[in-house]
Unconditional design. Structure first.
Length: 239
């Protein structure tokens, strides 16, 4: 059974991907941070054999310690899902918000992708979670989030070049607005407005992104590399 490593496994897109990839027949490893232990116990009950690490990937030392724990494990895929959206006041900008979001959304991907280079199996994939608010747009309420996700898009291209020689693909997914705890921070008025502007007249569901993760890891996506898959219900092409 092939191993998959997923960061931010306990909520939203990470949780949906975790359950889907387990259904696909993979052995799951993953990280979580703030989720309560009752919810984690349920995940462990649902997914037999799962290995979870409680780690704050916004702290460099914690990420490096994680790498020490998994240094001898081979992985078929790495899903860099953990991330944070932090509403920010540009006129009174707090650089501590920038430092945390960039460390979590970007630096943790770099650390895991470099640290696990020898661990990645041929034919596998690295999947990075980006956002349309980086691939297409800048966010007027979250400077660090938009900047970090734009970086993920370009970083994915770099990883595709670096990993290509060992037949490991790197692909980013840029979701639009999805029904998650993170999206709720925008407020219902904003969510309704985005849904109305989206040609499908709704925001996305976590399972819809998990399905893309599943596809990109599979042999069916064996020639998809170094690109970003947009999954936004058509929001970015609306007039």
């Amino acid at each position: 059974m092939k191993n998959i490593f997923i960061t931010g496994i306990s909520r939203g897109l990470g949780k949906a991907s975790c359950y889907q990839l387990f259904k696909d027949g993979y052995n799951i490893y993953g990280t979580y941070n703030t989720t309560n232990e009752k919810e984690i116990s349920q995940i462990k009950k649902d997914i037999s054999g799962i290995t979870l690490f409680k780690v704050d990937l916004s702290k460099r030392k914690d990420t490096l310690n994680l790498l020490k724990k998994i240094k001898n494990i081979k992985f078929f895929a790495l899903v860099n899902n953990a991330g944070e959206y932090a509403p920010e006041d540009f006129k009174n900008y707090d650089m501590s918000s920038w430092d945390r979001v960039i460390e979590l959304n970007v630096s943790s991907i770099v650390l895991l992708s470099t640290g696990l280079y020898e661990n990645m199996e041929q034919g596998g994939a690295i999947i990075n979670m980006a956002s349309i608010y980086g691939a297409f747009y800048g966010g007027n309420s979250a400077v660090s989030y938009s900047a970090s996700k734009a970086t993920v898009v370009t970083l994915t291209k770099t990883l595709a070049n670096i990993y290509g020689g060992k037949n490991v693909r790197a692909v980013a997914i840029a979701p639009g607005m999805i029904e998650t705890d993170m999206s709720k921070k925008n407020g219902q008025v904003v969510l309704d407005s985005i849904a109305n502007k989206t040609p499908l007249k709704r925001i996305g569901r976590p399972q819809e992104i998990a399905n893309i993760v599943s596809f990109l890891i599979s042999d069916k996506a064996s020639y998809i590399n170094g690109t970003t898959i947009i999954a936004d219900g058509g929001y970015t092409c609306s007039d």
